[in-house]
Ligand binder design. Sequence first.
Ligand code: GCU
Length: 669
Amino acid sequence: MNYTKCWLDYQPILEEKKKSCYCHPVLMAEGVVAKTAGEEYCIAMSEMLGEPVDLLYDIIEEPSVCLEVVEDMETDATNDALAKQSFKIHQEEDSIIISGKSAEALLQGVFTFLRMVALDQIDEKMPYTCTPVMPLRMMNHWDDMDGSIERGYSGRSFFYDDYEILYNERTEMYARMMASIGTNAIVINNVNVHEKETYLITDVYLQQVKQYTDLFAKYGIKLFMSVNFAAPMELGDIPVSDPLNPDVIQWWEKAVKHVYEVIPNFGGFLVKADSEGRPGPFTYGRTHADGANMLAKALAPHGGIVVWRCFVYNCGQDWRDRKTDRARAAYDHFMELDGTFDDNVILQIKNGPMDFQVREPVSPLFGGLKKTNMMLEVQIAQEYTGQQIDLCYLIPMWKEILAFDTYADDEGTTVEKIVSGQSYGQSVCGMAGVINTGDDENWTGNDLAAANLYGFGRLSMEPSLTAEEIAEEWSKLSLSKEKEVTDVVVPMLCNSWSTYEKYNAPLGIGWMVTPHYHYGPDIDGYEYDRWGTYHRADLHGIGVDRTEAGTGYVTQYNEPWRSIYAKKETCPEELLLFFHYVPYTYVLKTGKTLIQHIYDTHFEGVEEVEEMQKQWTSLNGKISDRAFECVTERLARQLENAKEWRDRVNTYFYRKCGIADEKNRNIYL
Ligand code: GCU
C-alpha cells in the first residue's frame, strides 16, 4: 500500500473502554449504502478492538450495536433534503442504536459513532442527534486527464494518467475518506475543461466514469463533471454554442439523456463559463442565466443540477485604468440576474471577490442575491496560502467567512445561514471545496495540510465546531491521541494562518506573489499585468481606493458594512489596504505607523516559523517517523520562504519610502 489512511487509521482502544455491545453489530437495513455502513463498522471496530468483528443481520440476545434506517424519524431539519440526512445515536440499556432517516444518514451515523469511539467521547456525547447543516458538501477536483492537477501540490492525479481513467484500491480508500467527513458530491475533473476532458460526457469515457459513480454511490456520494460550454461545437457539428439556439439545446438534451442512460445516479454539471478564456454565453450576447438554464433544463428531467461558477471577470485589464475593478466583477455580472435562474441551478461563489488570497473581504454577492441558490466555494488546495509547503490551517478563515453577517435580511443573515438554505429556504445549496489531494503517500503533500481537508468536511456538516475542536479531532485521529502531541499540534495549526499572513502581502492587499506559479514573493509581479491585481504602491503609500470616490466596490455591500468599509477609521485593519490607499505614515489602532506595521509583522512572521520548528522538533519519536520527517522538511522550506517574503517586502517598501525601521533591524538595501 503506497498511501496512508489519514484520519481513518483506527488504533486499538483501551481495554476498559471496550463495551460488550461493540462486537455485535446488527444491520437492520438493506441496500448498498446500508451495506457499506455495516462494512465500515466492521473494518473500524476490528482495528479498535484488536479482533475480527462480523456483521449480524438479526437481533441477538446479547447487547448489540444496531444499525437501522427509520424513515419516519423525527428531525429538526428545516427542509426535506436535510431531513433525509438526519441521524441519531443513543443507548438502550447496554445496546447502542444508530439510526438514520435514510441509508446515507445511517452511514454518516456510523462514521460519527466510530469517530466518537476512537476519540473516547462515547459517554460524553450520547445521546447524539445530527442534521448536517449544509445540504451539499462538495469536493471540486481540478484534476486534468493527462494526470496533472491544476494547483495541485501533492503529486499527480489518482483519477487519471495519460488520458486514461484509473481505478484501484487507492480510489476506494479515497471514497471512504470522503464519506467519513460527510462529503456527498464530488466533481471529478477540472473546471478548465480542455480538449480530451470534453469527451468525459461521451461514450469515449462514460463506462469508466461509471466505475466511479458506482463506487461513490456505495458511499452515498454523487458524481458530477465539469463541462465545456462549447462542447456542441467541439464534439458535434454545430457551428455555435449559443444557449438559445435550438440545435444547441437539442444537442445538450441528447448528451445529458445519454449520460443518464449509462449513469442513472449522475449528479450534474459544474461550469466555468466566460472566465479566463473559457467559452460561455457572452459570445452570443446571452446572459449567464441563459447559459445555466439551458443546461438546467436538459438535466431537470433526470434530477440533475447545474453548479454555475461566479468567478467571472475581465482578465484583460490595463493597469493604467483605475476604475475597472476585478473585485466588483462577480456582483456586477450576477446581481441583475437574481431570480432568473432555474430551481436546479446553484451559483457557486468564491469566498472573496478576488481569488483565494490570504485575506479578502467576504464576497458581497452573498448579501446581494436573495432569489438564487448559492454555494460557497473555498480552496482547500493552498494555492496562495503556501502550497502545502508552508503550514496554513484554513479552518479559522472559513469560520470567519461563514460567520460573516451580510445584513441581507436584517442582522444575523450570515453566510452560513444563506448557503445552508436557512435564510431563504433553499435546499440545493451548500459548500464546495477545491480539494488538495494527489497521489503522494500522505495524500496532501504536507501531512498537516490534511487537517484542512478533514476540517472542510467537518465544518460543512457542523459549522458550529470550533477550529480548535476540529484540529484536535484531526490530530488525535491522524497523528496520536497523546496529550503532549495535541498540545503542540493544535496551537501550531490554529496560529498558522496568522503567521502566514504576517510574512505575506500586508493588510488585505493580496497578490505580490510569483506570477502564475503563486508561491514566494514578487511584489510587483502582477502590478503591470492584465489580471486586475494591483497594489498601487508609490513613494507615499499603498492600497486600492475602493470607496465611492475610487472604484465604488464598497457600494456592493449592505449597510452597515458599506459605511464601515468606506472609512479608514472604521474599516477592519486587516482589510485596510484592500479598501483604501493609505500613506505609510498613517497611524494604525495599535499606535504604529503603517510602514512600521509592515516591518514588524514581517520580522514576527519569520520568528513564528522558527518557533513552530522548535515545537515540531519536540514531537520526534512521538508520532510516526514518516509524518515527523515530512513536516520537518516542509517547515525548513517554509522558513526559507518566510525569510524571502520578509526581506523582499521590507526592502521593497524601504526603497519606496525611505523610512527606517524604528527597531533598526536588518533591512537589505
Ligand atoms: C485561479 C487559479 C486558476 C483557476 C481559477 C478558477 O485563478 O489560479 O488555476 O483556474 O482560479 O478558479 O477557475
